[in-house]
Every structure is written in C-alpha cells, then in structure tokens.
Design a protein around this ligand. Structure first.
Ligand code: HPA
Length: 271
C-alpha cells in the first residue's frame, strides 16, 4: 500500500514540481471553483498510476494544480464515495498521496441534509465537528506507521484557526453561515424521517455520505482540515418530504457562489 502511495506521489511531484499549500476537494457546492483557478497542470485520474477511478459515467475525475488567490492549490474534481462500492482504502487513497506531496492543509466541501431546525435549504454550514457512523473505519487494519500513529487524536478534527478565518471572511462579505456537526452515514439512500430524527438526537446538525473518512485519514497524517457543507434539504421525524438528487444539485448550485467566496477568502488569508 505504502509503495503504491509513494509511486503515485512521485508521479505527481515530477509533474507539478512544487509543494501545494492546500488540497481542495470540490464536492457538490464547490465544483465551479475550478473555473477560477489559474490551472498549470490538469491530470485525469486515468492518467495517474494507482489512482482510483470514478464510477460515474461522464465524470472521469481530475486533479488540477494551479494558483488560487496567490496560493498553490491542488484541486480534486470528483471524489470517491463508500456507497459506490469502493473500499475505504480506495476512498482515502488520494489523501495519502496529498500528504506525501507535502500538503499540510485540506479543504473539503459537500452537500448535506439539515436536521438543525434553524437550517434552511441552501444555507451554508462550516463543519466544526463530526460523528462517524460509516460501517467501516478507514484506519481499520494494519497501521501504516510511516504515515501516522495507531491511535489518532481527534480533539480538533476541523482546524479552529481555519474556521475562524472563514467566519471572518463570511462576516466581511455579509454571508450567513452556520457552524455545526456533520454526521456521516453510508447512503446511498437519503434518510428516513426516523433516521433524520436519530441524527438530530445524537447531536448532528447535518447528515451526508462523504467527507468523514477523508478527514480521519488526513488527521491520521497530521494534516489540518477545513470542511464546508451546503444544506440541500431539511428533514426530521415530523417532516414528510421527498428529496431528489436534482433538488440537492439545485440547492448546491444556489449556494455555490457564496461557498466559493468563503473558500477563496480562506485560501488567501490563512497562513
Ligand atoms: N442526506 C440527506 N440529504 C442530503 C444528503 C444526505 O446524505 N446529501 C445531500 N443532501
């Protein structure tokens, strides 16, 4: 495993020849950020040795290296979800590679269902903490000691300084943001009313199907993480409603310009 990670990192390093300041995962809600980066290199996943391949037809996925707000960024367009059938090792492989490239800061975005009664569709939530309810832990199995410890401190899963910078950016731009706890379930079904109730009862503010395995693996390797979520629907035990993928995408697109502004401000101002 480590050999493969090293091989992939070496391949990318030979092309980009730099150490990016940030890795940024373009989840739903941040996709158009790739139009704003001064791209220097674009690598399709299928061109990169050992890199996982997406299962979504027409979305091959790519890494984009370039300059955003004067900083060096490596963007990941197209992530790997556990519900697609990938192993946790595959879901988190790119993040192992990011660390070997010397990247210290990770920014992840996603779309999620809101369970906090104050949340409305197309609201933005900065992820302050998470609860891992996925059925398999990404660090299960033999520990790769070269990359991090067996038992990982998770007292600050999302970097407090990055959160503070992002909040300041949002305040200056008069963009309303919530802060809250993201609960990760495997999917691919959206939650039943009772499941939304459970997510709320255990302390969640939003629920989704990604992000947490990525952040766990990044923390294992000592990276600093920032997560931002678009609330694409709101649910609860008393709310009978339907969610469709189209509605999720619509809400994500509505909030995207503001999420992009916040992430750009964070990249610019965080040292
Ligand atoms: N659950 C509910 N709503 C959502 C999700 C989810 O996992 N992702 C985006 N909207």
């Amino acid at each position: 495993m480590l050999e493969k990670i090293k091989q992939t990192a070496e391949f990318i390093q030979n092309i980009i020849q730099e150490t990016p300041d940030f890795a940024i995962v373009l989840g739903s809600g941040l996709g158009k950020l790739q139009e704003e980066v001064g791209a220097i290199h674009t690598l399709e996943y299928h061109e990169i040795p050992n890199f996982p391949q997406t299962t979504v037809v027409g979305h091959g996925g790519k890494l984009i290296y370039g300059i955003l707000e004067g900083k060096k960024v490596l963007m990941m367009s197209g992530r790997f979800h556990y519900y697609e059938g990938h192993s946790m090792e595959t879901v988190t492989f790119p993040f192992r590679v990011f660390k070997l490239l010397g990247i210290q800061n990770l920014i992840v975005s996603n779309a999620s269902g809101g369970v906090n009664p104050n949340f409305r569709v197309a609201d933005i939530m900065i992820i302050e903490d998470h609860i891992n309810m996925m059925p398999e832990h990404p660090l299960r199995g033999k520990n790769i000691d070269e990359l991090g410890p067996r038992f990982v401190d998770m007292s600050e899963p999302y970097n407090r300084k990055m959160i503070a910078v992002a909040e300041e950016v949002a305040k200056n731009l008069e963009i309303k943001v919530h802060k809250g706890c993201y609960v990760a379930l495997q999917g691919p079904t959206f939650e039943t009313p009772a499941e939304y109730g459970m997510v709320r009862a255990i302390g969640g503010d939003a629920v989704g199907m990604s992000t947490v395995p990525e952040v766990i693996v990044a923390k294992h390797m000592g990276m600093d993480c920032f997560g931002i979520s678009i609330i694409t629907d709101v649910g609860g035990p008393e709310i009978a409603f339907t969610v469709s993928h189209e509605e999720v995408l619509q809400a994500a697109n509505k909030a995207m310009p503001n999420v992009i502004k916040i992430v750009k401000g964070l990249v610019k101002n965080y040292q």
